[in-house]
Every structure is written in C-alpha cells, then in structure tokens.
Write a protein that binds this ligand. Structure first.
Ligand SMILES: *Cc1c(COP(=O)(O)O)cnc(C)c1O
Length: 356
C-alpha cells in the first residue's frame, strides 16, 4: 500500500532527492566511492557546500552581508549557543510553545531573559500580536512555526533589536524577508535533510557581537570562518540538504513551493472546517501551513482511536497529534505531495459517512 508520510520530523523528503541520495550512497559523482566514506576535505565535497550556499542564497534572496553555516546537532544546540554567543545582559523571547520554552530555559543560563509575550494562557493556540519590544535587548528570539501546536507567524516582525528566529519547521516553505532577521537557524530534518545537521544564516555585524569567550566549537565565528569545516561536518545530511535545495530550485523556487503549500493547507483546513467530526485547534489567522492540527468535535471524542486506525489502514503515517495537544497532526512539509493531503481528506470524508 502507498504510504502517506505526515511525520513531524524527521519527515518526508522529495522522492527525487531520496533517489539521488541512494545513488550517492553507492557511488558519489562517479568517484567509485560512497558519499558515506569520502573525506570532507575534497574538491567534490567543497562543491557540495558551495552549491548549497549558492542555492540557499538564490532561494531566499540572502544578501552578501549574511553568512551561512552548518553544525552537527540540532536546533536544540542553537538554543544554548545563541545565548552563549549573544546574551550579554538581557534578551527578549516570545513564548509560543514547547520549542520557545526550551530556548528560554537554555538562554537563562547566560543572562536575563524577558519573556515579552506568551500564548500559554490558551494552550499556545495563537501568535501574540502587537508585542512591545524594548530597545535595550541584546536580541529578540521567536519561533516562526510552532511544530507541536500548529501556529505560525505569517508576517515578519519589525524589531528594533536584532531578531533571531528558530525556523526549523518552516524554513523555505514560504517567502520571507531575511533582512528583517539578524539570524535564522533550525534543525534540517523537517524541510531539508535527514537528521544530524542544523543550519544558520547570520548577519555579519551580529556575528561580530559575540559577548564572551567560548569554547571553539561553540563560537559561531569558528564555523563561519572555517566554512563549516573546522571539524568534520555531517557530510551525508549536508549532501542531502544540498540536493533538496537543488530540487526546490528545479520546481520553481520558494514562490512555487509556497503556492503548493498554501494549496495543500487549504485543502486540509477546508475539510477540517467542513467535516462535522473534526475541528481545528488554533486561531484561524495563525494556522500553520506546515503542521496542521485537529481534534474530534465535541461529542465525538470517543471516535479518535477509531479514526486513527481507519486512517492508518489507508496508508496515513504519522498523524497522531503530539501528546501535549492530543488529536491529530498532519505535517505537510514542502516535499509532501498534494496526493497525500487528498488521500487524508478522503479518509476524513469517508469516516464521516460511516458515522452519519
Ligand atoms: C523540531 C524542532 C526543534 C528541535 O530540533 P532538534 O533538531 O531536534 O534539536 C526546535 N524547534 C522547532 C521549531 C522544531 O520544529
């Protein structure tokens, strides 16, 4: 049976990318060697990194005064490293869910954290608006897409202080203005690559603001100056990330993927709103294009397990909601085909018919 991969992360990658990766595992660039066993200090791998950089820049219109680097680890590594590098006195954080909270917890190790706004009062079902941003902060940190709760910023904030965003689960899913940010970072395993690598895009003047002496590997300057090759980088995940960026360019770039993502999300949200058995869990205006959460309507809660079984039997994978939200979550990342969303919608419609 065909599987429809709605996993929240690690998650679906484009079929073409998986095929190219499979080939590179056997024979990378006709070198007679596997990508798994080449040195990172070779011309061929230099080209992988250089191409990825060029494509990242082109896809996101990244100006020359920004640098791109990769680290082994994940977004969680950046939670403490951002603070270690830049939190001298006080930073502002907006708390929009589990990942924000974790970032806040780590930042507190390095200085004062002011939580400027939080949506915890309503189980993180909305994005706080009109937040007053003090001007004496080292930076302001936001989580642009809340993978667990299914909310997303749909506008770039105007911040008087350097803006840092965890974009793990929505990088390259829609157009945004990189020049509004001093740094964006994320784990690559949601929209770009298998697990094991995290990316960052950072403005040079912000990079220069490192506030304390740090172990070599924790300083962002190390990774920028050594072009992510101070130590052995995660070679294979970076290779796949590069192939994903090429694929994105081939299909028409971020504009086209945004169009596709909006189309997929509209299909599913429309069904959630129409179907008498299901309802959404967050404010409509803040609904995520990537992680679409829904629960059974009042009076139908006891059908949740049955629907899960029904959908699983029809090839749906990874639709169980996070334990903090319950219900269902369909992650519709860039590489998820529209047919998968159509198949899920069909499941929901058929399930409703059964219970009419
Ligand atoms: C998945 C995720 C993380 C955690 O990423 P790791 O790479 O596992 O550390 C952090 N933030 C967001 C928004 C995420 O979706």
């Amino acid at each position: 049976m065909k599987k429809h991969n709605f996993n929240a992360g690690p998650s679906v990658l484009a079929q073409e990318v998986v095929e190219r990766a499979a080939k590179a595992v056997l024979d990378f660039n006709d070198s007679g060697l596997s990508i798994l066993s080449i040195s990172h200090r070779t011309k061929d791998f230099d080209k992988v990194v250089a191409d990825a950089e060029a494509n990242f820049r082109e896809l996101l219109h990244i100006p020359d005064n920004y640098r791109i680097f990769y680290i082994g680890g994940g977004a969680s590594t950046f939670f403490y490293e951002v603070a270690a590098n830049f939190l001298g006195k006080k930073a502002g954080y907006i708390n929009t869910g589990v990942w924000s909270k974790k970032a806040i917890k780590e930042a507190k190790r390095y200085g004062e954290v002011e939580v400027l706004a939080s949506s915890e009062d309503k189980n993180f079902s909305y994005i706080p608006k009109g937040v007053e941003i003090p001007t004496d902060l080292d930076y302001l940190h936001i989580t642009s897409n809340n993978t667990i709760y299914g909310t997303e910023y749909h506008e770039d904030l105007d911040s008087p202080v350097p803006l840092v965003a965890d974009m793990s689960s929505d990088i390259l899913s829609h157009e945004f203005d990189i020049t509004k940010y001093a740094m964006v970072y994320g784990g690559a395993q949601k929209n770009l690559a298998p697990a094991g690598v995290a990316f960052a895009i950072i403005r040079e003047d912000f990079l220069e603001k490192q506030v304390r002496d740090l172990p070599t590997m924790m300083s962002f300057k190390t990774h920028v100056e050594k072009n992510s090759m101070y130590n052995t980088p995660p070679v294979f995940p970076i290779y796949v990330l590069g192939e994903t960026l090429k694929w994105l360019k081939e299909i028409g770039g971020v504009k086209e993927i945004e169009r596709r993502n909006k189309e997929k999300a509209a299909l599913l949200y429309d069904e959630i709103d129409r179907n008498s058995l299901f309802r959404g869990t967050v404010e409509k205006e803040d609904r995520s294009l990537m992680n679409i959460c829904f629960v059974m309507t009042e009076g139908h809660e006891d059908l949740a397990d049955e629907f899960f079984k029904f959908a699983t039997e029809r090839g749906m994978v990874g639709i169980k909601g996070h334990r903090l939200v319950g219900g269902f979550r369909a992650s519709c990342y860039n590489a998820l085909p529209k047919e998968s969303v159509e198949a899920l919608v069909k499941c929901m419609q058929n399930f409703e018919q059964l219970h009419k």
